[in-house]
Design a protein around this ligand. Structure first.
Ligand SMILES: Cc1cc2nc3c(=O)[nH]c(=O)nc-3n(C[C@H](O)[C@H](O)[C@H](O)COP(=O)(O)OP(=O)(O)OC[C@H]3O[C@@H](n4cnc5c(N)ncnc54)[C@H](O)[C@@H]3O)c2cc1C
Length: 354
């Protein structure tokens, strides 16, 4: 049995951000991921300036393809507006592997299946044991399933389903396009150019609302493919691939004992644009801070909207989720700091950060 102070399950943006902060503070941390990196991750790869700040990432330090959009075209059932902006795109294949390497943490390829608690420790597959466990394994994270299963039921109305494709395409301008609510889609489709002649296109919508309409996301992919042909002369070269994740509910417990949920495992994507990379990074960092300082793990400072929470983002949120998953009185995080993280028994890492 390998003994480690902190185990992070999942090496995506949430896991690598948590591990980077823990490692920088001298913590004994290992990341377990079922994939060998670089690994494929379905994602448009749009990142915001806030992500750059949170990662302390300078464009010149990034060794892979990086593109900044000059304009963002919002199309809402026909009418369009082109907004000047500073937003960026990366390829997840490259970005995630780079972040993971930059974290400095040890990474082991291992599919986590069984998690047990035993005498204040978490034991994983009878091979790894730790005091602190961070769930960063995406929508189907085994930490969520094992430790939070009964406390944290998924709110189906917050589930989004997607289809997307990334392929080489000689795009002519670096503008990004988003089409909202076309053909009654409770969501939007996108066209995101990337550096070195790559293009990501896709469509996402709220699963239960699609079902209620008697539709599925494939129909909306067909509409998008036809539009891409008409508008840009693109013959979509391959079948798309799909993935499902959850947008933000509020007031849910994200910590039980010394087990934490971050990123998609916690369902933190924004409710207006389903943006999940930024919330994954912030939550990973905040979970690490809670371990290092003994501070409460809260999702304060992790925005639930991409568009700033104004009228437009509220309208989008409402159009997508109909207000689902907003509890009027936030539940308290689960008590159960059984392993000495409260103020009377501070984390052993607390002093190392001062
Ligand atoms: C089609 C699509 C487009 C998107 N576009 C954008 C966008 O443009 N911008 C944006 O901000 N967000 C976007 N998102 C959301 C974003 O991709 C996610 O919110 C983000 O990747 C969450 O990061 P994470 O670290 O929580 O999880 P992930 O990136 O999913 O990482 C989870 C890791 O856990 C590992 N894992 C899973 N199970 C196990 C196990 N049992 N044992 C060990 N390891 C395991 C996986 O291999 C994976 O490496 C998009 C999502 C989709 C599906």
């Amino acid at each position: 049995m390998r003994n480690v102070e902190v185990i992070v399950v999942g090496g995506g943006p949430a896991g690598s951000s948590a591990a980077a902060r823990l490692k920088a503070a001298g913590a004994d941390v290992i990341i377990l991921d079922k994939e060998r990196f670089p690994r494929h991750k379905l994602c448009a790869g749009w990142i915001t300036p806030q992500v750059m700040t949170d990662l302390q990432l300078e464009v010149n330090d990034y060794p892979h393809g990086f593109l900044s959009f000059r304009r963002l075209h919002f199309h809402v059932r026909g009418p369009s507006v082109a907004l000047p902006c500073v937003q960026h795109s990366i390829r997840r294949f490259e970005f995630d592997a780079w972040l993971l390497g930059r974290s400095g943490a040890e990474v082991a390829q291992h599919t986590v299946r069984d998690i047990r608690t035993n005498g204040g420790y978490y034991e994983i597959d009878e091979r790894f044991r730790c005091r602190y466990l961070i769930g960063a394994g995406g929508t189907s994270c085994p930490v969520r399933r094992s430790l939070f299963g009964e406390e944290l039921q998924r709110t189906r109305a917050l589930q989004t389903v997607t289809l997307e494709l990334e392929f080489p395409w000689d795009w002519r301008d670096a503008d990004c396009h988003l089409w909202f609510f076309e053909h009654g889609l409770p969501g939007y489709s996108w066209y995101v150019p990337k550096a070195s002649g790559w293009l990501n296109v896709g469509v996402g919508g709220m699963a239960t609302r699609l079902k209620r309409l008697g539709e599925n996301i494939r129909q909306h992919w067909s509409y998008l493919a036809a539009k891409l042909q008409r508008q840009f002369g693109i013959d979509v070269p391959l079948e798309p691939a799909g993935y499902s994740y959850y947008v933000r509910a509020f007031g849910e417990p994200m910590r039980i004992g010394n087990g934490f949920l971050t990123g998609d495992s916690a369902g933190l994507a924004t409710r207006d644009l389903c943006e999940g990379i930024g919330p994954a990074i912030r939550s990973g960092q905040q979970a690490a801070d809670a371990i290092l300082t003994g501070a409460e793990y809260t999702l304060d400072g992790i925005a639930g909207s991409s568009l700033g929470g104004g009228l437009i983002s509220h309208c989008m949120d409402w159009a997508f989720t109909r207000g689902a998953g907003r509890s009027s009185a936030p539940k308290q995080p689960m008590a159960g700091d059984a392993h000495g993280l409260n103020s009377s028994s501070p984390s052993r890492y607390k002093d190392q950060r001062r």
